[in-house]
Write a protein of this length. Sequence first.
Length: 152
Amino acid sequence: MIQQIDTKELWQNALTEIELHLSKTTFATWFKNTHIVDIVDGTVRVGVANEFIREWFISKHSKLILKTLRDACEQVRSVEYVISKSEPVSQTKVEKKAPEHNQALFADVVQIKEDGLNPRYTFESFVVGPFNELAYVAAQSIINNPPIIIQA
């Protein structure tokens, strides 16, 4: 019998445990908007917002995430990080075959507008950390309370 795992519940339980090991700022910065995409042959695929976060998870948080997921579910053998902006499926089969359209998760084509600004770089996707928090707050303040410019 193939066991069903509620991936949303598994990830919420893992996040609760992970949060105990990290500072509040670190947890909020890196784990916001993450989810389990699916579980394929014991490999948990965690969806993250962009390549930068993916690389950061691999280098800084991978051991903690893997240990936490293994403690919560004995079928977990490894973790992969994929760029995914879609909502996770609530349940996945443990012994599910990998989909043939994996490249769709990595396809992130960006077209630069005429103004030269990249539409992917918005305040909603900006990662706030201890070194750029002041700049972020200042930029938000200007946007929310624009200065009055008087032209003569």
